[in-house]
Design a protein around this ligand. Structure first.
Ligand code: PMP
Length: 439
């Protein structure tokens, strides 16, 4: 590890080369990238078009500070995003990653209310177990207890309602749909409790990634959420940092829920690992209120709108759209779900297999029928990750998905170019890793 200050003290292999769906390490070992890192590498590694676009931009202009210039790369990326964004989305603010985008979304919401004469609207409502980033504002929005507790009191006053997908919260005999709608109504109750005049935004992931393992909302959930937000003048922020950019089979995941947000954040798949980039997109209404008010969003980072990152983002988006990858994500996603179900569907320690597109989660439980979670001390998720690496597979593990302590799952988010044969390889390696971890 040399002097690199990383988040893990483990001896990690040194990655030296990436090609297609594989990463090679310095020892000559090859790993199938079954999770795109963390749902990042949507085009796989070493994509020729993205590399060429970055090289061309580098030869022309690497950097021009956005306080002085705009750039063709940033402008054309923003235009392309708006052209394909959910209805009403009209403006794009480019950033360098997911947390920055969520942070900017929260600040934009706050400034919007300050400038439209509702300065008392400052509270955010999110969902328990959620993750929206690691910077202090984004961390405050997230509902993951163990991540938050060390840093309390947090900067943004946030309260958390129930997640809409957690089957353990269903009442006896209650259907998933009925529970999901009941969970949406918790937003109504929470707004009433706090007083609508103090609430600025509700934030959620349309398909929950890292903290729950690719769980979509039940049909109607987000429509009801949208209605509740509208009734109370609360902004709806959708965090598509992980599930956006085609990962679930549509460019924006919320398209499948039939709702449009006021603000949406994207990141990981936008840069596809080639450049650090994120974006916060908002409606014309928000943009114009600020333009007519103080004139400018009081935000900015040295590298926001970076031309190299924007050129990479534009090349990635062009590839997703131009190569018609979205239908492929849907087809390969269905194939992955079927392959997982075939191999692991009857496994005594697999509680659930779910997701959308090439965004899938495998839940691991101590008892398949009772869905009892494993004892956290067993560190099942960490073991699956380790044995998967040993088998030559990268998959994204998460523990503490239920209450910050209990709950294990494996998140799968392979590149959109993964073949059916490679899906077979992925499922075989994952299945062996799970068996070794639980043995
Ligand atoms: N929001 C969601 C939903 C995420 O999954 C993540 C990253 N896992 C973030 C925000 C933060 O993104 P980043 O790590 O790029 O800051």
């Amino acid at each position: 590890m040399g002097h690199v200050f990383g988040r893990s003290n483990a001896q990690l292999p040194r990655a030296v080369r990436g090609e297609g769906c594989y990463i090679h390490d310095a020892e000559g070992r090859v790993y199938l990238d079954g999770s795109g890192g963390a749902a990042v590498s949507c085009l796989g590694h070493s994509d020729p078009d993205v590399r060429a676009a970055i090289h061309a931009q580098l030869d022309q202009l690497a950097f021009a500070h956005t306080g002085f210039f705009t750039s063709e790369a940033a402008e054309s990326l923003a235009d392309l995003l708006v052209e394909h964004a959910p209805e009403g989305i009209d403006r794009v603010y480019l950033l360098s990653g997911g947390s920055e985008s969520v942070e900017a979304a929260i600040k934009l919401a706050r400034q919007y209310f300050l400038e439209t004469g509702q300065p008392q609207r400052h509270r955010v409502i999110a969902r328990r177990q959620s993750y929206h980033g690691n910077t202090l504002g984004a961390l405050a929005a997230g509902g993951n207890a163990w991540r938050r507790e060390k840093y309390a009191p947090l900067l943004v006053e946030t309260s958390h309602i129930a997640p809409c997908y957690e089957y353990r919260l269903r009442e006896e005999g209650e259907s998933a749909e009925a529970y999901g709608l009941r969970a949406a109504d918790e937003l109504e109750a929470e707004i009433q409790r706090l007083g609508a005049e103090s609430v600025m935004a509700f934030i959620a992931e349309p398909v929950v990634g890292a903290t729950a393992g690719a769980v979509p909302a039940v049909e109607g959930y987000f429509k009801r959420i949208r209605e509740i937000c509208d009734r109370h003048g609360v902004l709806l922020i959708l965090d598509e940092v992980m599930c956006g950019m085609g990962r679930t089979g549509t460019l924006f995941a919320c398209e499948q829920d039939g709702v449009s947000p006021d603000i949406v954040t994207i990141a990981k798949g936008l840069g596809a690992g080639y450049m650090p980039i994120g974006a916060m997109l908002c409606t014309a209404q928000i943009y114009e209120a600020i333009a007519e008010g103080s004139g400018a969003f009081q935000h900015g980072h040295t590298y926001h709108g970076h031309p190299l990152a924007a050129a990479a983002g534009r090349a990635v988006l062009t590839a997703i759209l131009g190569r018609n990858l979205l239908p492929q994500v849907r087809a390969r996603g269905a194939y992955l779900q079927a392959a997982l179900t075939d191999t692991l569907g009857q496994h005594p320690h697999v509680g659930d297999i779910r997701g959308r597109g090439l965004f899938r989660g495998v839940e691991l439980v101590a008892d398949r029928d009772a869905k009892t979670p494993f004892d956290p001390a067993l560190k099942i998720n960490a073991k699956v990750k380790r044995f998967a690496m040993d088998e030559g597979l990268i998959c994204y593990p998460a523990g503490g998905t239920l209450d910050g302590k209990h709950g294990d799952h494996v998140l799968l988010a392979p590149p959109f170019i993964i073949s059916e044969e490679q899906i077979g390889e992925l499922v075989g390696k994952l299945s062996r890793a799970i068996d070794r971890a639980i043995a």
